[in-house]
Structure formats: structure tokens, C-alpha cells
Write a protein that binds this ligand. Structure first.
Ligand code: IPM
Ligand code: MN
Length: 331
């Protein structure tokens, strides 16, 4: 088998540190990867103004997958790198599924939970619909719409049903706010119900997003697979991380399940500029994101080995944790 071609965007802050550990662990697991580094992120933008040029985006299309650390620096105003780099990749590469698995024991509980959030990744309030007028004046007006298409909601729901159908519990919960966001909520609920008829073995449920926040803390065991809108999924998955051992363990896959281009894998956490170079950054989220990448590349056995190696407690600096996990997967 040929080596998997991986584009590596270490990015800013702790991104490059945790990504280096993830690559170390992939190699220790015996998977043949051919990596190419892309110098992108806030630091690059400050240096020469490039965020993600179309030429660079086209180069990325030639890879099997993209492994990303974290992007964003305090010197760059909020939104510039997020929209110009991360969201641009999600939209342009049609990474319409953001899959985030959670395993852990929530505070105050004795038994561990295990569930997956499927977050729609190319629509909703993230598309940037709207605008502002008379900015900075007392007459300022700002609107920010949410775009939901039947096509987008259906393909996301279908992915979630497929996943739920493949798991032992076969349970899928739609999370939305259909009691207030009646236009988008109606589309989501009707589409979800129609797709459900193709999956008679999957049991379904519905929770409003505010109630889901309570259940994440008080009763996370009720969940198997969750499917939700882009912004609800963003917020809910930070909470998912917080009740599953902390955001330092939370991994994610930005998938183009149609495989018309590379998928992208990244930890849920940010660039944490306050701890750069201290060795405090936990590389486990990046390592588990690399395991999700290996699943997608058909290297399931190596991915399972990495997940087992991460399940045992490990402490130390960023590189010590990476070395310890690498040593476990080698054995
Ligand atoms: C995430 C992040 C991003 C998002 C930011 C950095 C744009 O919070 O991946 O969850 O909002 O999707
Ligand atoms: Mn987020």
C-alpha cells in the first residue's frame, strides 16, 4: 500500500506542538504517512498577509487528509483567521460533517458515558449571511442569519442515521430549538423524520438544545448519537468536552463523506497562546484526532490501538505524553 499523503497545518500557539506528537504516534503505530507542512495561521498572516490563498487551497485538494493543530493569535482580530482559514476549508472542501466523539465519566457520576455528536458543518449561522450598517454609531444595525437547506440537513441527518445504525444501541437524538426557531427547526424536524423512515432499526429522540445542556451534565448516558445544527453543535461539543475529562481530550473530524476531497482532523481546543512552549499542552486531543483520521483512511486497527493507548492515564509534559503513548502503541 502506498503512503497516505497528509497535509499538516500546525498553525498557531500550541498547534504545532500537539500536532508533532500526533504525527509521532501515527508513525509509532506503523502507519506509513508522507507529510507536507503548510505554514498557515495567524503568525503567517502577520508576516505576509496570506490567510488561505486559492492556490494553496487547490494544493490541499491533492492530499488524502489534512491534520490541523490550532489557529488564531491574539494579534489578529477575531474572525479573520477563523473565517479566512478554518471556515474557508470547511466550506470550500465541503466538509459537511463535524464528528466529535466523547468518552468519559462526567463529574458526580460513577459510570462512563460514550456518545458522538454529529454537527452540521457548512450551514446555519456560520455561512455569514447578514451585514452591518452604520457600525460604531448609535444607529448601528446588525443582522446575522441562519441558512438551512433541505439538501444540507438531509445529508447531515443521513450520515447520523448511518452512524447510529452501525452502533450497538442504534439510538439517535435530534437537538435543536424547534419551539423558537420554527423555520429552521421545522425543516430539521421534518427532514429528520423523513430520513428516519429509511432506518427502521434506529430509535429516535428529540431534545431542545437548552435541555440537552442539562442532560449532558446530569444524564449523559441517555445519548448514543446526536445530530444538530452548526452553532448548537459548536456550543454543545465544548460542554461535551467539559463533561468527558476536559477539552484537552476532545477530538474532531471534519468530514467530506462523499470523498470528493480531503477531510480535515483537528482537536476541539484552540491555540492556547498563554501556554505555548511551557510543555503544559495536552497532546491527547490531537492524537485522538489523528486516530479519527486513521479510521477514515481505512487504518482502523492502528486507530483502535491509539485509542486504547490514550485510555490509560498518562501525565507529563507535551512531549513526554506523546512519547508515552507512542511507546504503548509500539508494544
Ligand atoms: C470549533 C471552533 C471553531 C468553530 C472556531 C475556531 C471558528 O470553535 O471548531 O469548535 O466555531 O467551529
Ligand atoms: Mn468550538
Amino acid at each position: 500500500m502506498r503512503a497516505h499523503k497528509i497535509a499538516v497545518i500546525g498553525g498557531d500557539g500550541i498547534g504545532p506542538e500537539v500536532t508533532a506528537e500526533a504525527i509521532k504516534v501515527i508513525r509509532a503505530a506503523g502507519v506509513d504517512i508522507d507529510t507536507t507542512d503548510f505554514d498557515l495561521g495567524g503568525a503567517r498572516y502577520m508576516r505576509d498577509g496570506e490567510i488561505l490563498a486559492d492556490g494553496t487551497l487547490n494544493e490541499l485538494r491533492a492530499f488524502d487528509c489534512i491534520l490541523l493543530g490550532a489557529v488564531g493569535t491574539p494579534e489578529v482580530p477575531p474572525g479573520v483567521i477563523e473565517r479566512g482559514l478554518l471556515l474557508k476549508m470547511r466550506f470550500e472542501l465541503d466538509l459537511y460533517i463535524n464528528q466529535r466523539p466523547f468518552v468519559g465519566t462526567a463529574p458526580g457520576h460513577n459510570e462512563s458515558h460514550e456518545f458522538v455528536v454529529i454537527r452540521e458543518n457548512t450551514e446555519g449561522p456560520y455561512v455569514g449571511e447578514g451585514g452591518a450598517l452604520r457600525v460604531g454609531t448609535p444607529n448601528e444595525v446588525a443582522t446575522q442569519g441562519s441558512v438551512n437547506t433541505r439538501f444540507g440537513v438531509e445529508r447531515c441527518s443521513r450520515h447520523a442515521f448511518e452512524l447510529a445504525n452501525s452502533r450497538p444501541r442504534k439510538h439517535l437524538t435530534l437537538v435543536h430549538k424547534t419551539n423558537v426557531l420554527t423555520f429552521a427547526g421545522g425543516l430539521w424536524q421534518r427532514t429528520f423524520d423523513e430520513v428516519a423512515s429509511d432506518y427502521p432499526d434506529v430509535n429516535t429522540a428529540y431534545n431542545h438544545v437548552d435541555a440537552a445542556c442539562i442532560y449532558f451534565v446530569q444524564d449523559p448516558h441517555r445519548y448514543d448519537v446526536i445530530v444538530t445544527d452548526n452553532l448548537f453543535g459548536d456550543i454543545l461539543t465544548d460542554l461535551g468536552g467539559a463533561v468527558s475529562g476536559g477539552i484537552g481530550l476532545a477530538s474532531s473530524a471534519n468530514l467530506n463523506p462523499a470523498r470528493t476531497g480531503p477531510s480535515m482532523f483537528e482537536p476541539v481546543h484552540g491555540s492556547a497562546p498563554d501556554i505555548v512552549g511551557t510543555g503544559e499542552a495536552n497532546p491527547i486531543a490531537a492524537i485522538l484526532s489523528a486516530a479519527l483520521m486513521l479510521d477514515f483512511l481505512g487504518e482502523g486497527a492502528a486507530a483502535d490501538g491509539i485509542r486504547s493507548a490514550c485510555a490509560e492515564p498518562v501525565t507529563g509534559t507535551t512531549t513526554e505524553v506523546g512519547d508515552a503513548v507512542a511507546a504503548r502503541v509500539r508494544n
